[in-house]
Design a protein around this ligand. Structure first.
Ligand SMILES: Cc1cc2nc3c(=O)[nH]c(=O)nc-3n(C[C@H](O)[C@H](O)[C@H](O)COP(=O)(O)OP(=O)(O)OC[C@H]3O[C@@H](n4cnc5c(N)ncnc54)[C@H](O)[C@@H]3O)c2cc1C
Length: 251
């Protein structure tokens, strides 16, 4: 869309800029997701991998129970070794009301049914930067708030600087070294106040400041595999947890 809208040839052929709404984008993503899900299901069937749907919990170091919403009796599975790959969910600080209709995290944003005119993105990691570019290209006013001094500091400086340059060139307002103090939900948007004294109002706030591992209620603590406060499990260089037959992958 950016290439189309910045090309004089395409724009003059159409007579105006190409506009896509956020729900249009989500509809397009749904068809990609459906294709990917079907493809993976085929891989499992072809390789005779059995799938059990439900919530898995360790009963002991070699036994899992899998409870599905529809079934009352859990399925019991035993194995010599396990890989925990339970993914993550957005980290939500207690002082922010995520029930407010203008406040989203990186999971709930996938059900936003409108295209905001302005969006404040708190957290300039991979997810925050990606959404800043997406929403700016849809014509939204974007404020991207970084709690650090440089975007994606795990990258080479040259790449991080190029990313900053291109986001700014697109019109994203990047604010570094800012930490929120309070979030106030209004009928028509959200105001975030910062420790620096700044206040920014936007139609929508996207909270993109970290994710927490889905390791709660898996019976791990009883095995001595204790996740930290962000739900992460400590592993060695071979991804083994405190129990050598239980592996965990980072997400
Ligand atoms: C907004 C966003 C954008 C991203 N963009 C990209 C990108 O462009 N490129 C990229 O490479 N990566 C991207 N990622 C990262 C990517 O999604 C993750 O790295 C990837 O999904 C991790 O795969 P996973 O299988 O480990 O975890 P997940 O995909 O999270 O899958 C974990 C699964 O385990 C299930 N589960 C959890 N607990 C239990 C339990 N107790 N019992 C049974 N099942 C359980 C969950 O329901 C889930 O289905 C993005 C992530 C986010 C949030």
């Amino acid at each position: 869309m950016l290439e189309f809208n910045t090309s004089p040839a395409f724009r003059s052929a159409l007579g105006h800029a190409l506009k896509l709404s956020y729900p249009d984008l989500l509809r397009s993503a749904e068809s990609v997701i459906a294709r990917q899900t079907a493809m993976r299901r085929d891989f499992y069937e072809r390789n005779r991998v059995r799938l059990y749907h439900g919530h898995a919990k360790f009963l002991d170091a070699h036994t899992l129970e899998v409870r599905s919403g529809q079934k009352t009796e859990p399925t019991i599975l035993t194995a010599d070794a396990f890989v925990i790959a339970c993914g993550s969910h957005p980290f939500r600080p207690r002082d922010i009301d995520f029930n407010h209709p203008h406040l989203f995290d990186s999971d709930t944003l996938l059900s936003m049914s409108t295209t905001p005119r302005s969006i404040l993105i708190y957290g300039a990691g991979v997810i925050g930067c990606e959404y800043a570019s997406i929403f700016r290209n849809m014509g939204c006013k974007v404020d991207l708030v970084d709690t650090r001094a440089q975007l994606l500091s795990f990258l080479d400086d040259e790449i991080a600087h190029a990313l900053s340059y291109h986001l700014r060139d697109q019109g994203v307002m990047i604010r570094h070294n800012e930490e929120y103090e309070a979030v106030e939900g209004l009928p028509d948007g959200v105001v975030m106040s910062f420790k620096s004294g700044k206040r920014i109002k936007a139609d929508v706030l996207l909270w993109a400041n970290g994710r927490t591992g889905n390791t709660a209620n898996m019976g791990l603590e009883d095995l001595g595999v204790v996740p930290n406060s962000r739900g992460q499990i400590k592993v060695d260089e071979n991804y083994r947890t405190a129990l050598p037959h239980i592996y965990a992958v980072a997400t």
